[in-house]
Ligand binder design. Structure first.
Ligand code: KG4
Ligand code: ZN
Length: 335
């Protein structure tokens, strides 16, 4: 059968990205223009600046993705683009570019859910991966357990009631004076700390697949405050390690439970927090203990990229799931 080339476009937050993926599993190009250093001096993403930078970068990034893939626009089978969730002004840049390209070249347009995209990053790492499997989605804005029953059908088991895992990493990093984004900074600092030093709370809600991280966040902030009040020097590495341990502990326990309840033998990690090596190791060990296995994306595909969008788009293309040319950005799109 004929090879299928999908152009993926991603602009939901602070990465302008484009990629070409062949037959859903082969990366021909992966261009990411990150705005992290620009937003860093503000301590987080400034939506207005993000939109403006996306506008400057989107066409050069798309051109470069096609050039590196050595594929012409005419040879592309469909244009896949993130249409949510994310920052509305940021999303609109990618969506507008994708609509223009699809219309001008008479190609199908495919609107992709960013979170489903994160899950599909795993198909690039494990070429034999196929549904059904469990997905633990841990990004900056979302924390969820998702059952992937088939390439185009999902069942949301549960999600966070308050903060997302990545959000907790970012907020704690901020109060500790670490730079944005906080996840990688906490992970680095934690490497030199004792994860058992401080017993931070683990919210294991009775609702099987729901998460809550706001109590943990408050506990860490209170701890730092109390130590400061008492005039004691805080061991930041111990705080980082103990905090990371508490988050990972909850994510691992809930994931193991989900595998036991559903009988699924495979779980994948999805979203920025999946780049965390301690989470990867702890989860691999725990699921290994019940005869299941873990797949996670390679580091560059853990955080935001367009390869995952092209990959998700490929399976939607195979299913004829096209979007109309009046596709709009949906900032609060759900899983
Ligand atoms: O998926 P992503 O790049 O963007 C969203 O869709 O939100 O995720 C970004 C989140 C941020 O909260 C960041 O701090 C977190 O992923 N993150 C990490 C690590 N790398 C990125 N969290 C923990 N450990 C890491 N190594
Ligand atoms: Zn993301």
């Amino acid at each position: 059968s004929k090879d299928v080339y999908i152009l993926g476009i991603e602009s939901s937050c602070d990465e302008t990205a484009a990629a070409v993926v062949k037959n859903g599993r082969e990366v021909l190009s992966n261009i990411i223009s990150s705005q992290i250093v620009i937003h860093r001096k503000f301590g987080g993403v400034v939506p207005e600046i993000a939109s403006r930078k996306h506008i400057e970068n989107i066409l050069p990034v798309i051109d470069e993705a096609l050039r590196q893939a050595n594929v012409k626009l005419e040879e592309i089978d469909a244009v896949a683009v993130t249409y949510g969730p994310g920052l509305v002004g940021a999303l609109l840049v990618g969506v507008s570019a994708a609509k223009a390209l699809a219309w001008a070249n008479d190609k199908p347009l495919i609107g992709v859910n960013h979170l489903e995209g994160h899950v599909f990053a795993n198909f690039l790492n494990d070429k034999d991966l196929e549904p059904p499997f469990m997905a633990l989605v841990v990004s900056g804005g979302h924390t969820a357990l998702l059952k992937v029953t088939d390439y185009n059908s999902f069942e949301l088991l549960g999600q966070t009631r308050d903060d997302a895992a990545g959000e907790a990493f970012d907020k704690i990093a901020r109060v500790m004076g670490l730079q944005y984004p906080g996840g990688p900074e906490i992970e680095k600092l934690a490497a030199a700390g004792d994860p058992q030093a401080i017993d931070f709370p683990r919210a294991l809600l009775k609702e099987d697949y729901q998460f809550s991280f706001s109590g943990l966040k408050s506990a860490v902030i209170n701890y730092l405050h109390n130590e400061q009040q008492a005039g004691r020097e805080v061991n930041k590495a111990d705080v980082a390690a103990s905090f990371q341990e508490a988050i990972v502990d909850v994510l691992v326990q809930k994931s193991v439970h989900a595998l036991q309840e559903t009988g699924l033998k495979k779980i994948v990690l999805a979203g920025g927090v999946s780049a965390n090596k301690h989470l990867q190791t702890a989860l691999a060990d725990a699921v290994g203990g019940i005869g299941a296995s873990l797949v996670h994306p390679t580091p560059i595909l853990c955080t935001d990229n367009a390869v995952m969008i092209a990959c998700r788009g490929y399976f939607m293309y195979q299913n004829g799931e096209y979007s109309p040319l009046d596709l709009n950005a949906v900032p609060s799109l759900k899983l």
